[in-house]
Design a protein around this ligand. Structure first.
Ligand SMILES: Cc1cc2nc3c(=O)[nH]c(=O)nc-3n(C[C@H](O)[C@H](O)[C@H](O)COP(=O)(O)OP(=O)(O)OC[C@H]3O[C@@H](n4cnc5c(N)ncnc54)[C@H](O)[C@@H]3O)c2cc1C
Length: 387
């Protein structure tokens, strides 16, 4: 195996402490959270209390001022353990960075400490019932009024952390006539009149994750709820494009960690399980299958680790991040499928982690931009224009 050079001993010590946190605060409850369809709010507060939220935010805004590698460790550990109900990654490394990079000083001072402490749970709402891949087609509008406030109308769907969320960054058209160039990012808080959370969606996997619909009916947003103020008006799509490499890389990091965990569980299982008087591990099919999967996961890990180095110095381009997202999540699904097969009927039983991991994996090829969209981005980067 190629030794990883990405992390220092400090990162590894952090990994140990985060594992201890997961063992105490997540592992005993995750199954019950799957049954109820959402995690207990307490697990957000405890993560904040222990400094596990918004770690890469500056200390001045309540974060730890840590490098992104600490967040990568968290993503790896949650994926390895199959704790797919926990939405810390989206909260800390997608929602908070939008506020840090584009927010006004007042917005950063108000929201980032609340996100870091877990007092507020964050979500980002781009997708709509009729607009997922094609974000230019979003119908949500935030129209400026004579008093400089905005009136927000429309609905969103498939929103991660949507049911718990206290703060939602909503992508809305502030200039509908300008198409994609007329979108802005609006800050919507729980309790604002006209803002309603819809039902929690029942999903194939990620059963403890509170993925929800959101509805906005004449929500009056004061001018200071435009993320970044007038300087960012109608720049929503540009902000989104800038954040894509890191968002997509996070998915790839999780994919590789989950795939490695599946291989490890399967190796343990096939050594123990006897069929026709011999361990399943002794069959050539088993050994070759696992050897192939391990080879591919090793290749993926080296590529993703290189991408992690690049993102640290802001050098990861969107096409390369898209390659990581598409290739690693395709691989994750393939690994899960082959490993389930090696578990036989037990691989279809919910009590087995491999079964949950199989169900959880499938969405990785869909969200964060589908893998077909990733290939579009890569092809365009090669000078192959599409439609
Ligand atoms: C569990 C879960 C969590 C999610 N969390 C969030 C969230 O927090 N916030 C958020 O905003 N959204 C979220 N999403 C939404 C997700 O990002 C979208 O589902 C995704 O972008 C795809 O959009 P869609 O579902 O509308 O599919 P569609 O866009 O309708 O795509 C349908 C099919 O058409 C293909 N297709 C589309 N365009 C092209 C093209 N140009 N070329 C080739 N094929 C194409 C797609 O690849 C796909 O196979 C989440 C979704 C899920 C399932």
């Amino acid at each position: 195996m190629i030794e990883r050079a990405l992390y220092t001993s400090d990162h590894e010590a952090f990994r140990d402490s985060f594992r201890r946190f997961m063992d105490k605060e997540i592992a005993p409850f995750h199954e019950a959270w799957e049954e109820q369809g959402f995690v207990d709010r307490e697990v957000w507060r405890k993560a904040g209390e222990n400094g596990f939220l918004c770690m890469s935010m500056p200390e001045a805004y309540g974060g730890a001022g840590a490098d992104k590698l600490y967040s990568m460790v968290q993503i790896e550990e949650l994926s390895r353990a199959g704790f797919s109900g926990i939405g810390y990654g989206l909260h800390s490394e997608i929602v908070a960075p939008y506020i840090l990079h584009y927010g006004t000083e007042a917005q950063k001072r108000k929201y980032l400490p609340l996100l870091a402490s877990g007092a507020m749970v964050g979500a980002i709402a781009m997708s709509e019932p009729a607009a997922g891949s094609d974000l230019q087609g979003i119908k949500c509008t935030a129209i400026k009024q004579v008093d400089d406030s905005y009136l927000l109308n429309g609905s969103k769907t498939f929103i991660t952390n949507g049911w718990h969320a206290d703060l939602v960054i909503v992508v809305a058209k502030t200039n509908p006539a300008a198409g994609a160039k007329g979108t802005s990012l609006m800050l919507v808080e729980r309790g604002m009149p006209g803002f309603q959370t819809g039902k929690r969606l029942k999903k194939l996997g990620m059963k403890a994750q509170d993925t929800s619909e959101l509805f906005f009916d004449n929500v009056k947003l004061p001018a200071d709820k435009l993320l970044g103020g007038p300087a960012q008006e109608n720049r929503g799509i540009i902000c989104q494009m800038e954040q894509l490499p890191w968002e997509r890389l996070q998915i790839a990091i999780g994919a590789v960690a989950a795939a490695q965990a599946a291989i490890d569980w399967t190796v343990d299982y096939v050594r123990e399980r006897k069929v026709f008087g011999q361990a399943v591990a002794t069959y050539q099919n088993t050994r070759y299958t696992l050897a192939e999967l391990q080879t591919q996961v090793q290749v993926a890990r080296v590529f993703v680790d290189k991408c992690c180095e690049l993102i640290k110095s802001d050098q990861l381009d969107t096409a390369t991040a898209s390659m990581a997202k598409y290739w690693c999540t395709d691989l994750q699904c393939k690994v899960m499928d082959e490993c389930v097969q090696l578990f036989g009927g037990y691989g279809y039983m919910w009590e087995y982690p491999i079964t949950r991991a199989y169900a959880d994996a499938r969405v990785q090829r869909i969200y964060g931009g589908t893998n077909e969209i990733m290939k579009e981005v890569i092809a365009r980067g090669m000078g192959l224009g599409g439609r």
